[in-house]
Design a protein around this ligand. Sequence first.
Ligand code: TRP
Length: 439
Amino acid sequence: MNVRVLTGIKPSGTPHLGNYVGAIRPTVRASRESGIDSYLFLADYHALISTHDPARVQRSTLEIAATWIACGLDPERVTFYRQSDIPEIPELTWLLACVCGKGLLNRAHAYKAAVDKNTAEGRDPDDGVTMGLFMYPVLMAADILMFNAHRVPVGRDQIQHIEMARDLASSFNHLYGPHFTLPEAVIDEQVATLPGLDGRKMSKSYDNVIPLFAPREQLRRLIMGIVTDSRAPGEPKATDGSAVFQLYQAFATAEETAAFARDFAAGIAWSEAKERLFERIDREIAPMRATYDELMAHPARVEAMLRAGAAKARAEATPFMARLRAAVGLRPLDTLATMVTAMGTATSWGTATASTAPAKAAPPVFKQYREADGRFYFKLTDAKGHVLLQSTGFDSPKDAGQAVARLKAEGWAACADLHGAVTAAAEADKIEAALARLR
Ligand code: TRP
């Protein structure tokens, strides 16, 4: 089975070269590796937590989607979708919220930071804190668990959220059976950070960014404005600590970089070095910029790609959600009728009531019973009373009931994880037919 890697992108702000080199380019490359199923989505529900400006949400979603496609993300190859197109995600958020201790969320960094700030400034601790901010980690857990992601590449600030997703998955699995894969955070230790125009790390908060898809002339102007030392043309220049050099290195091959370093030592003029940097960056960016501009001019194309991605994602999410609903007891009521008949009484667990033979023309029945060993069992018998399935002992009636419910809802073959605890006493197709009849 392929490793499932899931990445969420919050649509906010305009992507810059730092985002491209540090996140977009490596993620797009990784998504092309074999043996990997890549899930990439626009976390637009998350965006609502930090902005209440509808036009901005829509605009950002388009910009970020167009950016990723322009940068080479192949929607045929990966599952690329918009979070808000998957109604199963908020549905799962609720199921997870119901197994999530409030105390767990009290400890979430983003929430704690808001509370600490309020307290320090003498305000009510929860001043300005929405339930969206408070629930942020639960929504993120739903994003991840919905697709049973194995790996989630994130920045350090997000590690706690992945741990919370694991916590919620474990709690749910403990209560309702093994439904969720426990995700692991993948931290790229050597993630490239780019210097910005002033030499500090390129970041929106320093206002020193170069927008990824700035038009060519604007890109040149910005690059010409990068801070350098005051060495004159002809004077040797240090590559260490030079923003011009580091930016070049992020785009150039090893040979190109070595040649650039020799030119630094030989005293290249800063204006010339910047011109070379500009041309090197533009060589990589220009074709993507053309695609980006094209997509921005035709939002319907982006919309169509996202819808196709949502259909692909929902082909998994919809049946999985049905299974989860059944697991927690959100079930069609007519399945209960069978269980009542089978058990004699629905509420009391009799001791070894399994010996009662069913009438000749009766449908297949599940019988749940307690043995003298104090454990809980069930078996499935056909119309003639032949045993089709026989369980081993479960610790609680709830565990036995869940196994029965899953067998009924999903069939025998789909419940491979139960095959250790339930023995088939007849051919698989007979069992499937009996389960189908019960359904
Ligand atoms: N919280 C992430 C961020 O701010 C975005 C995100 C939302 C995410 N859901 C996710 C990332 C699921 C990984 C997996 O960057």
